[in-house]
Design a binder for this molecule. Structure first.
Ligand code: NAD
Ligand code: PRE
Length: 301
């Protein structure tokens, strides 16, 4: 049986993009949505992010076969709690949170009897809110599902089919493994971007405004990432604490080794690392993942 009715809770960048993508790519699926913020609900209705923007979480999920929670990871428990009274028996609950272990625990606590298939579309931009979504966001991008062993296979297949219908490639992972991998590929890079842009800003007096003026290359790329939503990223670091701290420890050791190489004039160490990392970039492009840029093929994002 395929899914015919989906409710989206949280109508920002990801919830809005899912709604638009469903309406465009899987138009036979009826969509409802709700957001805790009245202004977001109004904008979502104006943009037609879902077929019907409901007046309450209960109304949005009452007839749903799949409910997707698209709120910051720190709000997943509250969002799950808000649908507890009206969730139809047998409905699948999913989410899009950037960290998986603690989100699964929060949803399970609020909805102990629900069938839960957590998901993480590895696709996004530095923008947020109901104006930021676009239907192609998930095309050719990974969506990682992290179900428990006991989760019915049919529910996992139904959620996978929806993501594939939106153009995503689906992978299944253990939640803890997901959290470690994403700490390396997404969370620490964001922390580095926030740090370097913060450091540069602190140094503005010393550099007399020239950091911003000359930020055309590498620094400019960092500023895009460092413009990402503060609520979302605060929650990611608080909920994926252990994996982030583990990877950060390794990163700090490697950075210290580079610091030593620079102080000692050890060019070989620097050259060998830079050569190795260039190979990694080239292999990503060869695998056809260069479209990982959020503005790939779009002039308006
Ligand atoms: N932004 C990205 O690049 C990206 C990518 C993949 C996954 N994610 C994950 O997707 C989720 C949503 O991120 P986003 O970028 O769409 O954020 P967003 O800020 O654009 O949207 C989140 C929306 O959730 C609403 N909200 C907050 N608490 C709520 C609650 N209890 N009930 C109902 N609505 C509530 C907010 O009003 C807001 O409109 C996060 O968990 C994030 O980790 C984000
Ligand atoms: O490209 C960006 O702007 C993103 O930050 C997207 C990105 C990422 O780090 O890859 C950010 C967080 C998500 O959980 C998934 C995707």
């Amino acid at each position: 049986m395929s899914i015919e009715r989906i409710a989206i809770i949280g109508l920002g960048l990801i919830g809005g993009s899912i709604g638009l993508a469903l309406r465009e790519m899987l138009p036979d699926i009826a969509t409802t949505g709700w957001d805790a913020d009245r202004d977001v609900r109004r904008k979502a209705a104006e943009r037609g992010l879902v077929g019907k923007v409901s007046d309450s979480a209960d109304d949005a999920v009452r007839d749903a076969q799949l409910v997707i929670l698209c709120v910051p990871v720190g709000a997943m428990g509250a969002a799950a709690q808000s649908i507890a009274g009206a969730l139809p028996p047998g409905a699948i609950v999913s989410d899009v949170g950037s960290s998986k272990h603690s989100v699964a625990q929060a949803i399970a606590k609020a909805l102990p009897d629900a069938v839960v298939v957590p998901a993480h579309p590895v696709a996004g931009t530095e923008k947020s809110g109901p104006e930021a979504g676009f239907p192609e966001l998930f095309r050719h991008r990974w969506c990682i599902l992290t179900p428990e062993d006991a989760t019915p296979a049919e529910a996992v297949e139904q959620v996978a089919a929806v993501w594939q219908g939106l153009g995503a490639k689906v992978e299944i992972m253990e939640p803890a493994h997901h959290d470690l991998v994403l700490a390396v590929t997404s969370h620490i890079p964001h922390l580095i971007a926030y740090t370097i842009v913060g450091t540069a800003s602190d140094l503005e007096d010393v550099t007399r405004g020239e950091v911003i003026k000359y930020s055309a290359g590498g620094f400019r790329d960092f500023t895009r990432i460092a413009a990402s939503d503060p609520t979302m990223w605060r929650d990611v670091f608080l909920t994926n604490r252990d994996a982030v701290l583990e990877v950060l420890g390794r990163f700090t050791e490697d950075l210290t080794a580079l610091q030593r190489a620079i102080r000692n004039g050890d060019g070989d160490t620097l050259f060998e690392l830079f050569e190795r990392t260039r190979t990694i970039r080239r292999s990503i492009i060869e695998e056809g993942q260069d479209d990982a840029r959020p503005d790939f093929g779009r002039s308006d994002h």
